[in-house]
Design a protein around this ligand. Structure first.
Ligand code: NDP
Length: 322
């Protein structure tokens, strides 16, 4: 049997590290490494994906048969509001290069990554996969959102003109080991984890930006990684698929902060700063399509996943991204 070479861009990030972990550790053969598969995990040290020549050289070196395209400029609300052009331009450049070289090298399947925060701002809930292009995204992140939406446009154009099997997935908020814990620029859960850690260490109040009321669905990176592997192996559509816990598992930012306080055993003062922006109040997505395909999938309970993530953070504080 000829070998499959699966190239994972963004292999050193939150989601990429989780895919690596699942491939190396998972005993269920549906998600773990299969015989005849070679997995290659890239970081920016292997090349700058914004540069066509670097991407071409990577494809020449590894000759991938499959690609999981995770690399992106990624960030939380405050970074998105500040760098709209960078989010649009850098992500468009990376996607352009990866998809074009995948076509040039006859890659059998590409799975790229969208996000639930690219959906229209004014919409009805719950959101589903058919609504990606229905109206403008929230103003706070339109650069990132339009850049990501174009992946779906590309996937259909590549399929219709060249018959390529390029598809995409739409995760909700991801968290887990190897997250970005910068105090500014990170997503809410890792940002709050870091803030709470410092409050505990320095004996200062733990202040959460915003009202704590917005609602979000979170997916543990290792659950998402399993679903990515399932999509690569078993999902045949070009249209995207939402990878999320169900609507009933939506939590408030306050629930998240409470979970971190508990996992970290923080006993100090804890408050919300409502003068700071909340972003979209909610963006509830339904996972009916996913559950139709894979009804027996088991998500890790939120408190277990937070505990594992906080433990990883505490054990790796000296070397992690912060
Ligand atoms: P991270 O920020 O953790 O990782 C980003 C990855 O992309 C890193 O491996 C980084 O390499 C690589 N990268 C960034 N810029 C370049 C570049 N110019 N050239 C080569 N590699 C580059 O991101 P996540 O793991 O959180 O995100 C993965 C995907 O999931 C993204 O497409 C994101 O949009 C999507 N997503 C993420 C969500 C989340 O909550 N985190 C939610 C929904 C979707 P290096 O380590 O060397 O810098």
């Amino acid at each position: 049997m000829s070998e499959s070479v699966i190239l994972v861009t963004g292999g050193s990030g939150l989601v990429g590290e989780a895919v690596k972990w699942v491939i190396e550790n998972e005993s269920n053969p549906r998600y773990g490494k299969k015989e005849g598969e070679k997995w290659v995990f890239l970081s920016s040290k292997d090349g700058d994906l914004r540069k066509e020549a670097d991407v071409k050289a990577i494809f020449e070196k590894y000759k991938p048969t499959h690609v999981i395209h995770l690399a992106a400029m990624v960030g939380g609300l405050f970074k998105n509001m500040k760098y709209k052009l960078d989010f649009l331009r850098e992500n468009m450049m990376m996607n352009e290069n990866i998809l074009w070289q995948s076509k040039e090298f006859n890659v059998k399947k590409v799975v790229s990554c969208l996000s639930t925060c690219i959906f229209p701002d004014k919409t009805t809930y719950p959101i589903d996969e058919t609504m990606v292009h229905d109206g403008p995204p929230h103003d706070s992140n339109f650069g990132y959102a339009y850049g990501k939406r174009m992946i779906d446009v590309y996937n259909h154009a590549y399929n219709e003109q060249f018959g390529c099997h390029f598809t995409s997935v739409i995760p909700t908020n991801v968290f887990g080991p190897h997250d970005n814990y910068e105090l500014e620029g990170s997503h809410v859960l890792p940002g709050l984890t870091h803030k709470c850690y410092l409050a505990k260490k320095n004996n200062t109040p733990f202040v959460v930006w915003g009202s704590g009321k917005p609602l979000r669905q979170f997916i543990y990176s290792r659950d998402l990684a399993k679903l990515f592997i399932w999509v690569l192996r078993e999902y045949e559509e070009i249209d995207p698929i939402i990878l999320s816990v169900g609507e009933e598992d939506e939590v408030s930012i306050k629930d998240v902060a409470d979970g971190i306080v508990k996992a970290m055993d923080f006993k100090g003062e804890y408050a919300f700063d409502s003068t700071k922006a909340d972003g979209q109040y909610k963006k509830t997505a339904n996972n009916h399509k996913l559950m139709k395909y894979i009804p027996d999938f088991e998500f890790t309970p939120f408190d277990v996943a937070i505990k594992e993530s906080v433990e990883w953070f505490e054990q790796n504080y000296d070397t992690l991204r912060k």
